[in-house]
Design a protein around this ligand. Sequence first.
Ligand SMILES: Cc1cc2nc3c(=O)[nH]c(=O)nc-3n(C[C@H](O)[C@H](O)[C@H](O)COP(=O)(O)OP(=O)(O)OC[C@H]3O[C@@H](n4cnc5c(N)ncnc54)[C@H](O)[C@@H]3O)c2cc1C
Length: 430
Amino acid sequence: MAEEKFDVIIVGGGITGCVAAYLLAQAEMEVLVVERAEEAGQKAVTGGRMYGHAMEKIFPGFGEEAPVERKIVRERISFLAEETATTLEYDDEEMRKPEKASYSILRGNLDPWLTEKAEEAGAMFIHGIRVDKVLTDDKGKAIGVLAGEEEMYADCVLLADGVNSLLAQQLGLKKELEPKQVAVGVKEVIQFSEEEINKRFGVKDGEGLAWLFAGDVTNGAVGGGFLYTDKDSVSIGIVETIEEIGYGGLAPRDMVERLKNHPSVRDYLTGGELVEYSAHLVTEGGYDMIPQLYGDGVIVAGDAAALVMNLGFTIRGMDLCAESARLAAETIIAAKEKGDYSKASLSLYEKKLNDSFIVKDMKHYRKMPAFIDNHRIFEQYPGMMEEIMKGLWLVDGGEKEKFFKTAMGAVKKVGIFKLFGDVRKAMGAL
Ligand SMILES: Cc1cc2nc3c(=O)[nH]c(=O)nc-3n(C[C@H](O)[C@H](O)[C@H](O)COP(=O)(O)OP(=O)(O)OC[C@H]3O[C@@H](n4cnc5c(N)ncnc54)[C@H](O)[C@@H]3O)c2cc1C
């Protein structure tokens, strides 16, 4: 093995690594993927809903062939106060169209399928070994990796090692993550029968719901909750910025309990069996967090390149990582044709990213992380909504106050100017 040289070594066999491996192997390149988990998907965590468009480009018919859970046809977002939920729900026929579809997925099912696709195309995988170092020559060009005791060589190294890419840091491409830029996600998978999911959530076979939560779930800390219906399970969890841990006095694992026991959620979950518990980091910084994306003989893609958008009403990482893997593969194929893996040659990757929906969308939502980093959204607005809704719908035979007065009373508690300022910021961020 020490003498063998590959065209490309990919570090990380998640979505990014597998997609790139598949495309590079299809182009008849010698590809090795080194994944630290013993089995595909074992260390991977997502919420997760995947928008299908990027995968459809790579695997036409992805929605039918891949082991996705359910097509998401209903959006729901709730502001939770202690005992109430103010909820916005959205149904759209267009979500059923293949080019606009999104799917709930479980990485324990999807990653093995992707690995198999890449292997069938000719890529080689080693599971169960961690890459500790990218090997460089005396000019600093990446020439391979050190994994366990083994040195393995390649013309190009693709870093697809996820959010905390220590290897990109070692090469000076990326700075250490700051507590504000990254969140911890904690997730449970709770199993039911397929029929039970259909019945409880009012959905048809193969169709499902994406439900996001803000407010009481984090007890005021910057973060939120999510719930996705899988085929025969529910994925439920929370995300909290690392900087916020301790704020509001709840540990992340307690937030999941709080969400599960909230009156608007608990009846959906009674009687289910907990079959998976996981935690993982997730990038929160948006466009301004994108690191140096390439160097001599090296490219960074997917979460390792911070290509994630947490927008509050949805989170997108998986479609960005699939697209970045495709663009990285195209760049490496072009480099092989030229016989040039220098930094200048690999800069094509950045050009491709800049022209793609990834950078365009991330730039579009650039102000979102700063907008979301606002305690009023999590501490005060859910209570304000609660007060306004109570004024509309609670009837106890007592004298009703004019609705305008109730609503203004609720708004004044937050502050009219603060509210207008936040609405203006939200419009600017969207
Ligand atoms: C709680 C949570 C909820 C999320 N929800 C959503 C969602 O609903 N929709 C969405 O689109 N995105 C969501 N995301 C983001 C999405 O999961 C990521 O963008 C996506 O998983 C990134 O894929 P990746 O292949 O780049 O990285 P990963 O999936 O992290 O894969 C990296 C792989 O590299 C391996 N690895 C790491 N270091 C080494 C090493 N040194 N040597 C060998 N192997 C290594 C790891 O074991 C791992 O398998 C969520 C993330 C979290 C944590």
